[in-house]
Design a protein around this ligand. Sequence first.
Ligand code: GSH
Length: 216
Amino acid sequence: MQLIIGNKNYSSWSLRAWLLLSHHKIPFEEVRIPLDQEDTHARLTRYSDAGKVPVLLDGELTIWDSLAICEYVSENYLEGRGWPAEVGARAEARSCSAEMHSGFQQVRGQLPMNCRATARHVAGNAALEKEIARVDRIWSNCRQTHVSRGPWLFGQFSIADCMFAPVVSRFSTYGIKMSPEAAQYMECVLDDEHMREWLRQARAESEILDAEEVGA
Ligand SMILES: N[C@@H](CCC(=O)N[C@@H](CS)C(=O)NCC(=O)O)C(=O)O
């Protein structure tokens, strides 16, 4: 398989698919296309008409959306182990993932993922605070419910953790204060060997995208 991704420092959607494949040690070739360059659109549309990353190529098949890629990998390579085994937990994990995938516009807009940046401060507004509080409730509720099964949102690592990994990176960059349970979950994600490898490679990148460099 080939996984087309953007800059590791900035491409939050790319991280999701990359983390699932890496966590499960599924072999793939990585193709990195730096975003916001003159040739970015032309390079991206060679792989998918949507012109976005991530894109997964598996033989004749092209999958061009992070959640769809995670679903495909789970079905085709993990016998469904991308999601929790229990039907109720699986439905909740899908709800969390879909909520993340289609929402949190303030978090996305005001706190862009910028892996190598630390101690950035953003003033934020009430709409952002509301979304941060919602993320905190999702993480802490999941942890309270599944704490006996492991350190991830649903105990064992799942696609829900992939979907929220970029949010963990954002909150870490901007020093967002979280409840003790949510903060503990963030530590688990940031301490994961594959997440640390992504962050290491992000720090090694040289491109700087001014629009993504926010906060002081
Ligand atoms: N729904 C898509 C969204 C992907 C997306 O917006 N990717 C951004 C970067 S993280 C992108 O490719 N931007 C390139 C561009 O718009 O030129 C997914 O989940 O994969």
